[in-house]
Write a protein that binds this ligand. Structure first.
Ligand code: ZN
Length: 460
């Protein structure tokens, strides 16, 4: 009977434990055989970023401890200042690429996770200088690949010429421009007023040396020629010690000519056809010339003078190369040679997307200039323009044909005055003259050292 009562009591106890826990505690206190119960682990997982310990105390006074492992996983968010609406590095633009590390900390024991956002930093400082009127925007659609696209949009009345700048080894007209965001970028977007073009500071004229050319001052070309040579390791400073005479001649029948008759490199004498110069060559950039040689955006005036100074100072004769060369001229080729001459004047400072085969032409331009000054792939002449050997002997009798007249003259050093290059005052001794008829369709005829007559009536 006692056992039955005990069972009833336990049943009752069980029943009560469902409905009144205070009775349970009181029962537990009264019964050390009941299992120990524990409260919550403490401290909670809130913002811990490293492993930590949690403890809890049981109903019978037992202390328990467990280690909570906290793991962090990083995600780098790339963006651009313009999207964040803030100029983070306060450099006055909103083009800079930003990065922010987002770390998710997750605790073991299923305690969950929280996110911590790091400071927003500049990943790539993009400085874009705008030359003339236009806008640029940075497209970060493909930023996860490590590149952004920079679009140039000219204002009304302007067109986009191309990109150059410190971070661009080869200036290019490719638009949009793809830029690597692993480094800072300094670039310049060049726009041009269609109706009133001003090329200063753009492309060719952004070069620290070539930009010193003043198209209204022919002698500035000579100064720059000497500076340019120095850039390629060739010292031509001695030219300044002599005399120079660079003139626009309204009656000159060719495009230009170098009178290197005296074989004296520091006596520079260049004649340029005044009409050609003023109507074509002095205009330094794009112009729709009828002659396809000039039809591209060119730096033709520069090319022409480098051609003549090459004759005069560097003693280079015409070349017949399929690689770009200042001295290329069909007179350097045999009749119908079929050589497709390449001219430095065809090389744009900005590359031309429509000609992928020449997309590296700007790089080629510098190779051409280097070869020119170092006399690589050039035809070095050891003779004056009249065919006399250098250094010039006192007397050198040559036949010269001009305007249909064949003249036998003395071109020796005894005929040149000391200030010849400035005055053209020359004691030119004529030995004979004979009318031989005009040179068909051409203007100038030069006598060469192998007794051939060559007509040279076209520019170059
Ligand atoms: Zn020439």
């Amino acid at each position: 009977m006692k056992k039955i009562l005990s069972f009833v009591f336990l049943m009752f106890l069980f029943f009560c434990s469902k409905s009144d826990s205070s009775d349970v505690i009181s029962s537990e206190e009264n019964n050390s055989n009941l299992p120990e119960t524990f409260g919550n682990w403490s401290p909670d997982f809130t913002n811990q970023t490293t492993n930590f310990n949690q403890t809890r105390t049981g109903s019978k006074g037992t202390n328990e401890t467990r280690e909570i492992t906290v793991t962090g996983s990083d995600e780098v968010l790339l963006s651009i200042e313009s999207k964040l609406l803030t100029d983070i590095n306060e450099d006055g633009d909103n083009f800079d690429i930003t990065s922010q590390t987002i770390t998710t900390f997750t605790a073991s024991e299923g305690l969950g996770s929280f996110i911590s956002s790091g400071t927003t930093l500049i990943k790539s400082d993009i400085n874009i200088e705008l030359k003339n009127a236009g806008q640029v925007d940075v497209d970060i659609t493909s930023i996860s690949t490590g590149e952004v696209l920079i679009n140039a949009n000219p204002s009304d009345g302007y067109r986009f010429l191309g990109w150059d700048g410190i971070s661009i080894s080869t200036p290019t007209s490719v638009n949009p421009l793809s830029m690597d965001i692993e480094s800072d970028n300094n670039i310049k977007a060049n726009f041009l007023n269609i109706n009133d073009p001003d090329y200063s500071g753009i492309g060719f004229y952004a070069d620290p040396i070539y930009s010193q050319i003043d198209p209204n001052n022919l002698y500035s070309y000579l100064d720059v020629f000497i500076l340019d040579a120095k850039r390629y390791g060739v010292d031509l400073s001695y030219v300044h010690e002599g005399c120079a005479n660079m003139i626009l001649d309204p009656n000159f029948t060719g495009a230009a000519g170098a009178s290197f008759g005296g074989c004296i490199d520091n006596q520079v004498r260049i004649k340029i056809n005044k009409t050609y110069w003023e109507e074509q060559f002095q205009i330094l950039m794009s112009r729709p010339y009828a002659n396809p040689l000039y039809s591209d955006t060119t730096i033709y005036g520069f090319h022409l003078i480098w051609h003549e100074l090459g004759h005069d100072i560097l003693n280079i004769d015409h070349t017949c190369n399929e690689t770009p060369n200042f001295l290329n001229h069909f007179a350097g080729c045999g009749q119908d040679s079929g050589v497709n001459l390449q001219y430095t004047s065809d090389m744009l400072w900005f590359t031309d997307d429509s000609k992928p085969d020449t997309s590296q032409q700007n790089r080629g331009f510098h190779t051409a200039v280097s070869n020119y000054y170092r006399k690589v792939n050039q035809v070095i002449t050891n003779q004056s323009s009249t065919g006399c050997d250098c250094p010039l002997p006192e007397t050198c009798i040559r036949t010269f044909c001009s305007s249909g007249w064949s003249r036998t003259q003395n071109w020796g050093s005894e005929t040149y005055t000391t200030n010849w290059c400035q005055t053209l005052d020359r004691i030119n001794v004529n030995y004979s003259e004979e009318y031989v008829g005009s040179c068909p369709g051409k203007n100038l005829v030069f006598y060469t050292n192998n007794n051939e007559l060559i007509c040279e009536g076209v520019p170059l």
